[in-house]
Design a protein around this ligand. Sequence first.
Ligand code: CP
Length: 548
Amino acid sequence: MAESPFVGRSLTAIRDFNRQERLYLYRLTRRLKEALAAGDSAAIDHFRINDPDFGMYEIFLEDSTRTRESFKNAGLFHRIKLSELNAASSSFNKKESYADTIANLVGYGNRVFVLRTALEGVCRHLAERTARYTERHGMTGGVSFLNAGDGRHEHPTQELLDEFTFLEDLDWSAERIHLALVGDLYHGRTVHSKVHGLDLFSEVLVDLVAPPELAMPRNYVRAMEDQGFTVREFPSIRAYLDGAQAGRRAGARGVRAGAADGSHDAEPGVAPQWYFTRPQLERMGDRILRRADELRSAITFTPDLVSEVDPATRFYHPLPRHREYPTIPAELDDTPLNAWERQSANGYLVRVVLLALVAGHLGDDYDGPVGAEYLPDEPYAEEVPVAAGTPKRYSEGVRPISDGLVVDHICRGDTPEEIRRHVATVQEVVGLHGRGGEWVSTGRNGEAKGILFRPGFGPLTQRHIGMLAATVPGATINVIEHGAVRRKIRLVSPRRIFGISALRCRNPACITNPDHGEPVLPRFVRTGPDRYACEYCSHDHGFKELFS
Ligand code: CP
């Protein structure tokens, strides 16, 4: 029998499982749900790992009910070895690192770790570090890290159960979704997971309903638009209902309804599926807290609004609801809007199937693409032919340069102050110390650029070229020999930037932040012109912010 391609896999962010893999997981979950409803014990047993030596560990450094308990119940279903680390009395208090802690627990035969942390990117870090541990000890089969929510970053197993429930309400069609995201879109990690999770659907229309103080971070909005999602924004539920009113006649259909000819309306109206998130105003300081009532009211669906939405509309919520200030009041529990209770119950089923997959118990019949759909690396340096005839000569002031390096066109178009600052950083990062100087020159068109001269520098290695591409993309490296330019290399922004000790993620909650004392350097992936996201926590950076 072929080995399951899911065995030992981690789910650190929703993109770790590609679209086909997630659809496969949902097909299995649907089968499990039907088997349970029918009481078909043979079909139910098919899903069970049934191995008392297979170890799953829960490590919750933040509070949880649903995620921790549904995983625990899923573990009990599977009849596997279940453990929970008492983090409050563990050697975390003696400054033991995450990687060391986990290495010990892997040594005790545990294969799945479910972690909730305030630090972001922990699971990705642990998946990488533990792979080295298992290799050192000749262990096979892999160790899985399932992110049960990391700070403001992601909650990918919640995303799985959300997507499963959306599909259930769309008659299992992944063709199109029109979803309103309502609430605290700034802090809510469950909505951040939707930025890439909703790529499950071929056509996506997202309505973001939140006052500016709680709005979705711009980099996430850009990422949705870059994937072809249609995104609309509204500052409150009232504004949403009013603003989308114009298209309501034609557009606001029930979840299962659609135009008879399969077409979609130009004006989509109000979404038939609404996803609420809990306001986390306590994280936002006194100024915001003074306006708490006003902000909560903008994202609370009061019972008098029921008549303004289509009766087939469904509401979802990752829960918990605040018992004093619920954004979906308890009066709505007995209405057809209530999909959040079924959504929560689905969390248990989805996690049963996820555990069966990463344990290698299920999945051997999956025949789609495997793994994350990350873009491949691409060239970051282009060798430019040196002009025929007399090669160009460079002088530093009045002195011609005989041998060495000239990096030209640095930060073209920035202000002279910005250029000087960045050139100083580049020298530190790349280690271009030594003789020579740095200039800012201004062209006839008034545009400034930096030039860095290093007479005597050499030889130029591939590592230097990579570091310069990472630090001064758009610049040109000139290699001078015997007084003339012999090589010219044009640099472009690399897709990924990593392996440079001066790299810093600016997110204080990122696992790579040196304040946390975990020995891990950040890596960055390009998300747009001059923009990079940390591969651990997804925090968005302007290019020049990447270096300490
Ligand atoms: N939905 C969710 O993550 O709930 P808990 O915080 O209770 O786990």
